[in-house]
Design a protein around this ligand. Structure first.
Ligand SMILES: C[S@@+](CC[C@H](N)C(=O)[O-])C[C@H]1O[C@@H](n2cnc3c(N)ncnc32)[C@H](O)[C@@H]1O
Length: 329
């Protein structure tokens, strides 16, 4: 088994590039899952496999890990990392990986099968750090932002083809950006916008406050990039589907652990668990979200915005679990 240090700092090769992704709140998430050797656990967001390896290491050969990721590159890297390590070949769980959205959880996993479901939402450091994927305003790259580069609209289509008011609505709704109208107007005027650096420059010029607060604020393009990424990847629709499916796929006593990175996601998780508690589906195990320690954020700044919430599937409440929950997207 890997040491804790190695487990929390994965590295790997993708072409000539080397990527790292330290799994956020890993110990806390795995402790909450309370992994049993013979259990079945779902990692809904395998990424580079950091959390998955930690789960697999606690399972025995009778156990199963089911993983999902929309990103075929990440999933292939995780597949290699999740091969049985030396000395555990006889005692390594069954690994079942799906190149699919976790919105398909209920279909792929089935009812009452999982002892735990983990979702570590958003994008991985690998996706952010690879300029060619177009997620980041820190490095220049093509406007893409798709977790699955083979499906759906790219950021280029949204930025260069959407009408000004649709663009403004999207930036307001998914980026919670007050200057959305001004930004949308600037984008439309600057078309064609062909790269992330170009978009960041146009948005920054439009979004910069007249009197910026002293000290370190977020980059003025942060909210707009977040909004386009959420839209392109249908992130909130998928999360809604995951939250509806989780009570169905979990066994009674099984746990749902969700790590979110922005307020739209966290609010959705909080509301779903609260509503589920009212209708007898969930027993919430975290009254307030668990956040990363100073020690973790010092080595992994991405952990700063992470919020972890956990709920346990109650034995009753099955019918209520099939009811539609109310969400806004
Ligand atoms: C924060 S990373 C997960 C990192 C992972 N826990 C690790 O330790 O390496 C999120 C991953 O989830 C994937 N993802 C995001 N939304 C998804 C969805 N709806 N369905 C499947 N995968 C998704 C992304 O492609 C990304 O690889």
């Amino acid at each position: 088994m890997r040491s804790g240090e190695e487990e929390s700092a994965q590295s790997g090769a993708h072409g000539e590039k080397e990527f790292r992704h330290a799994p956020v709140l890993c110990k806390e998430a795995i402790d909450f899952l309370a992994v049993r050797r013979a259990g079945t656990y779902v990692d809904a967001t395998v990424g580079l496999g950091g959390h998955s390896i930690a789960i697999a290491s606690r399972l025995g050969r009778e156990g199963t890990l089911i993983g999902f990721d929309k990103d075929p590159v990440a999933l292939e890297m995780a597949r290699q990392r999740l091969a049985a390590p030396e000395g555990r070949g006889e005692d390594w769980p069954k690994i079942e990986l799906h190149h699919a959205s976790f919105a398909e959880l209920a279909v792929k996993v089935g009812a009452g099968v999982a002892d735990g479901v983990l979702a570590d939402l958003g994008v991985s450091s690998m996706q952010l750090d690879d300029a060619g994927r177009g997620f980041s305003f820190q490095a220049d790259g093509p406007l893409d932002m798709r977790m699955n580069p083979h499906a759906g609209l790219s950021a280029d289509q949204v930025v260069n083809q959407f009408g000004e008011s649709d663009l403004a609505d999207l930036i307001y709704e998914f980026g919670e950006e007050r200057r959305s109208r001004r930004i949308a107007r600037a984008i439309v005027r600057a078309r064609p916008i062909k790269s992330t650096a170009h978009l960041a420059q146009v948005v920054s010029a439009a979004a910069r406050p007249m009197n910026p607060p002293k000290g370190k604020g977020i980059h003025p393009a942060t909210r707009t990039f977040q909004a386009i990424r959420i839209y392109v990847n249908r992130e909130l629709e998928d999360l809604r589907a995951l939250l509806e499916a989780a009570p169905r796929v979990l066994t009674p006593g099984g746990r749902l652990v969700v790590i979110s990175f922005h307020s739209l996601e966290d609010r959705m998780v909080k509301d779903a668990l609260r509503e589920g508690a009212r209708s007898g589906i969930w027993e919430p195990l975290t009254r307030k979200p668990v956040i990363a320690s100073e020690a973790e954020t010092a080595v992994n700044p991405r952990a700063r915005s992470a919020k972890l919430r956990v709920a346990e599937r109650r034995a009753s409440g099955g019918e209520a679990g099939r009811r539609q929950t109310r969400f806004q997207q």
